[in-house]
Design a protein around this ligand. Sequence first.
Ligand SMILES: Cc1ncc(COP(=O)(O)O)c(C=O)c1O
Length: 483
Amino acid sequence: MGVRKRMKDQGIGNEFRSEMESLIEQLQEALADAIRSTDDRPALPPDADAALQELSEPLPHEGCGALQSIKKLLELNAKAGANTGGPKCFHFVMGGSTPASLAADLLATAYETVTYAWIVSPVGVRMEIQALNWLKEMFGLPASMTGIMVTGATMANFVCLAAARQWWGEQHGFDVSETGLAGVGQMPVLTSGFVHASTLKVLALQGVGRANIQQFCRDDFGRLDYPAMETALQELDDQPALMIVNAGEVNAGEFDPVSDMIHLARRHNCWVHVDGAFGLFARVSPRVSHFVEDVELADSVTVDGHKWLNVPFDSGYAFVRDHGLMSRAFRYTADYLPPVDDPRPTLGAIGPESSRRARSFAVWATLKAYGREGHRLIVEHCLDIAQHFAAQVRDSNSLELMASVTLNIVAFRFNPGGLEDEELDKLNQKLGESVLADGRFLVGTSKIGARTIFRPAFSNWRTREQDVEEFSRVVNELGQGLL
Ligand SMILES: Cc1ncc(COP(=O)(O)O)c(C=O)c1O
């Protein structure tokens, strides 16, 4: 009997209840397989595009039922699912999931938890506040900062810059969230060349404009030209401005001079925002915490969970010193919604999303399960892995380190000798494509100045020394094949 007929004959409620029941066994098996195979699935299955062609079919009229559709999904995922939680994914900056966070996240979905306001999930909302309090403790941020969970660092930057823009308007005597930006001048935005693309996107979305950012660079890597920034601030003569400090850039994991910039901002009329999407985790280990000294003095801070906290996608956090600015920027009221002064929190009224999933479950569960110490060990494990890989590069005759290894990213290139820089750029670009086509590792290329580099980022507890040793062998092997 077709699904539509059963739904009609037995009623949707009866049909779906019995279908859910029969799904449980299939789901248990699929989850066990997914989790157990994480170390071994290819990072990127070859020919994923070809395998996905069968996705393009017309909308089914009848439908095949849940068991069949999930079976098909598993088949497609086996052929074309990137193993981004696996030990051999070094692309972008991606973490794995700790056992507690993965289990909690699955439960958040199974319980269909919504964390818009206390009334729809007392536990999800209170857990979010508690988990954010723990994160503040772990990162040494002031307890008085207000936090909010969002989809990732892009949206955390969005929250922080919306608060900054609100502050800037209020400094000029108007409420940006009410009157908008039309007819007023532009908020000055100052940063280094390390600024992340997501900040530019946010400036575009918030009507400030990508091109309105001033980047002060002393070299072609983008390192801060501090004197030039200082002069620009002096010229602003105490007009309010936004300073963006980049704690961890994506090509080599370098930092802006966080403490110096924050103190410079404090001597001028600046809102100082720190993008610490992954770099803020330096705070967790005494080995590297000096890179983010004084971050607690910032007005707003971005950090990601799906990077180095090792919780499932998607999960990022914004922390803002002035709660009032967040609630004015994100005000959300209607007669059917909870009142603004409700003593029970309405998280949907201090951030961009109204309905929102319970990211809190995973964050709370991992911090409860492993504590400050467990998370320090995850961070230091990745620092060690980065150093171990850097040692492989140094020991190889055909790999070359392209920057010193500050944190968890190793910038390097394949350099067999005898080639000019421009030839090496082309070779490494091609090699980047070969590595992805090979599928054993998922890793990206980028540029430092004009030079093409590989930039593996290590942020997953699963990655082992043997994985990075194999990675250096694979790059060598594929590189030699291109000569
Ligand atoms: C410094 C920095 N900021 C922001 C982002 C954007 O993060 P997400 O993809 O979580 O939105 C990233 C991502 O790599 C990043 O490294």
